[in-house]
Design a binder for this molecule. Structure first.
Ligand code: HEM
Length: 126
């Protein structure tokens, strides 16, 4: 396997850890915590870098099924952090998420795990 793909896989695993640190406590407690945004932001940086490494190292077109699921998952993560940040900026005291925002965050995390699994399948069935 190309080194750049291995670097991409390491970075995407780091993104998984950071997104999980950011999002799982939000899902459990339905509230934003101190570390939510730093972990979320670093997760996006790792996810974006991993995607770039995978595109560079890929033997397929960048618009493969795995690629498209991956881009959409990354885009949803960025949208979610923007929405959460806007909510936090407007509600300085209140950190409990409204139900729609809570459901959206859960859905985005689940979709990202689907993208992650689609990458893991490439390795397993290679
Ligand atoms: C949500 C996270 C992920 C994103 C955004 C992502 C994104 C991408 C993109 C855009 C490509 C280039 C298009 C393609 O070759 O299909 C790619 C290729 C690849 N990805 Fe991922 N990926 C993710 C997770 C993973 C994971 C978890 C693994 C493995 C454990 C993985 C392994 C690979 C491999 C091996 C390729 C190269 C495929 C080939 O050349 O045949 N990806 N990824």
């Amino acid at each position: 396997m190309k080194t750049i793909i291995i670097v991409g896989i390491l970075l995407v695993n780091l993104a998984l850890i950071l997104y999980s640190i950011a999002i799982i406590p939000v899902i459990i407690k339905k509230t934003l915590l101190k570390f939510t945004f730093p972990a979320f932001f670093l997760g996006i940086v790792c996810d974006l870098s991993a995607t770039i490494c995978m595109v560079i190292g890929s033997t397929h077109t960048a618009l493969s099924r795995h690629g498209l699921i991956g881009y959409s998952a990354l885009a949803f993560m960025i949208l979610d952090v923007v929405l959460l940040f806007r909510f936090k900026a407007k509600n300085v005291e209140k950190t409990t998420l409204p139900p729609r925002m809570y459901d959206f965050t859960k859905m985005v995390y689940f979709w990202w795990l689907v993208a992650y699994a689609s990458g893991a399948f490439i390795i397993m069935f290679r």
